[in-house]
Write a protein that binds this ligand. Structure first.
Ligand SMILES: Nc1ncnc2c1ncn2[C@@H]1O[C@H](COP(=O)(O)OP(=O)(O)OP(=O)(O)O)[C@@H](O)[C@H]1O
Ligand SMILES: [Mg+2]
Length: 334
C-alpha cells in the first residue's frame, strides 16, 4: 500500500494520539503499526499512547510533554474557532440557600469535549453550580440541561442514568474513611460497571500509578497527607473514564510542584480521551493555561464567559482585581 493511503487510513482510524505523533514526526507510521500488531484485542482509542510507551517507542514523560504542548496550541486556537456543541447548559438558574440568593438567574454553557474552568471569589456559588450540573441540587427556578435532557423533567431513574455519565471530585475529597486507597478508587467501578475483580484491580493500579500513588493501595485516608488524599480523589474521578468529569478544586492545598503535576495529569488525561471537563480552581493565574474556556462566577452571576486567552485579558474591574489579587477594587475584602 502506498504511504499516502496508510496515512489516510490512520486518520480515519480512531487513534488520534498515534495520528498526532506521526504528523508531528515524533514517531513513524511503521512504529504505530508495529505497536498495534503486538496487540491481540480490540484497542480503545486512548490506549494507543499507552501501547506506544509499553512497546518502548516513546517514553511516558516524552508522551506527556508532547500532549501538553499540543494542548497549549489547541487552547490558543480555540479562541479563533466556532464554539463547540454544548454539553451542559443553565437557563435562568436561581438558588437560594439559607435565605441568600447564591445563584441569581445564571445562564451558562459548558462546551463539549473541552476543559472549562470556573473561577471566582470564595462563596460565589461555584461548588453549588457544580452540584446543579450533576443533579445533586435542584434549582428553585430555571433549568439545567445535560445535552438535551432537562434534569428537572426526569424521573429518578432517568436522573441516575444521566449521573452515570459523570464523575466528580468533591471539594473536600470525600474519601470513605473506612476504606483503604484501593477500595476508594475501586468503589465507582464496583458500583457502575460489571468488570471482574482482576480487571478492576488492573484499572485501579494503573490509575493510582498515573497520580503517582503506586504501592499506596493499603493505606487508609487518615494515613495520607492532604495532597495524597486529593490524588486518590482524582484517581477515583478518572478511573471510570466517564463522558463528563467535574473537579472541584483538584489542586487546593497542594504545593506548587504537585499542583503542576496534577495539572499535567489532568491535561494528559484529557488529551487521551477528550472528556468534557469542568474544573473549579483558585490556582490563579496558572489555571488559565490549563483550560480552553473560563467562566467567572461572581455574586451569583456569570460575569464573563469565553476562551481562557480572552478572559485572561479581561478589562472588567472585578475580574482584573481577582486575577491580580488586589486588596483594593470593586471586591470588598476587608
Ligand atoms: N448545602 C448548603 N446549605 C446552605 N448553604 C449552602 C449550602 N451549600 C452552599 N451554601 C452556601 O452557598 C454559598 C456558595 O457556596 P459555594 O460552596 O458554592 O461557594 P464556592 O464559590 O464554591 O466557594 P469556595 O471557593 O470557598 O469553595 C455560600 O454562602 C455557602 O454558605
Ligand atoms: Mg467551593
Amino acid at each position: 500500500m502506498p504511504p499516502q493511503d496508510k496515512t489516510t487510513n490512520l486518520t480515519e482510524s480512531p487513534w488520534p494520539i498515534g495520528e498526532m505523533l506521526v504528523k508531528a514526526g515524533q514517531i513513524s507510521l511503521n512504529h504505530v503499526e508495529a505497536a498495534l500488531a503486538h496487540q491481540s484485542k480490540q484497542i480503545e482509542p486512548d490506549l494507543i499512547g499507552e501501547i506506544l510507551v509499553r512497546e518502548g517507542i516513546i517514553s511516558q514523560p516524552e508522551l506527556m510533554a508532547f500532549l501538553v504542548a499540543k494542548f497549549f496550541e489547541e487552547r490558543k486556537e480555540y479562541a479563533a474557532q466556532p464554539l463547540p456543541p454544548t454539553a451542559i447548559r443553565f437557563a435562568g438558574v436561581e438558588k437560594t440557600l439559607d435565605g441568600r440568593k447564591v445563584l441569581d438567574r445564571v445562564d451558562l454553557e459548558i462546551p463539549q469535549g473541552k476543559i472549562t474552568a470556573i473561577i471566582g471569589v470564595s462563596g460565589g456559588g461555584k461548588s453549588v453550580s457544580l452540584k446543579h450540573m450533576i443533579g445533586l441540587m435542584a434549582p428553585d427556578r430555571g433549568q439545567v440541561f445535560v445535552g438535551d435532557q432537562e434534569l428537572g423533567s426526569l424521573t429518578k431513574k432517568q436522573l441516575l442514568r444521566v449521573r452515570e455519565r459523570f464523575s466528580m471530585l468533591f471539594q473536600g475529597s470525600a474519601l470513605f474513611d473506612s476504606m483503604n486507597v484501593f477500595d476508594n478508587v475501586a468503589f465507582p467501578l464496583r458500583e457502575k460497571t460489571r468488570h471482574d475483580p482482576e480487571t478492576i484491580a488492573k484499572m485501579v493500579r494503573k490509575t493510582l500509578a498515573q497520580v503517582g500513588l503506586s504501592g499506596m493501595d493499603a493505606k487508609f485516608p487518615d494515613e495520607l497527607s492532604g495532597g495524597m488524599m486529593k490524588r486518590v480523589a482524582l484517581a477515583r474521578a478518572l478511573v471510570t473514564q466517564p463522558e463528563i468529569i467535574l473537579l472541584d478544586e483538584p489542586t487546593a492545598g497542594l504545593d506548587p510542584i504537585i499542583e503542576n503535576a496534577i495539572h499535567h495529569l489532568i491535561c494528559d488525561t484529557f488529551m487521551r480521551a477528550r472528556y468534557t471537563m469542568v474544573i473549579i480552581s483558585h490556582a490563579i493565574p496558572q489555571i488559565f493555561n490549563w483550560c480552553h474556556h473560563v467562566l467567572v462566577l461572581h455574586e451569583g452571576k456569570i460575569l464573563e464567559s469565553g476562551p481562557s486567552v480572552v478572559v485572561m485579558e479581561s478589562q472588567h474591574p472585578v475580574i482584573k482585581q481577582f486575577i491580580n489579587g488586589n486588596l483594593t477594587g470593586p471586591i470588598k475584602v476587608i
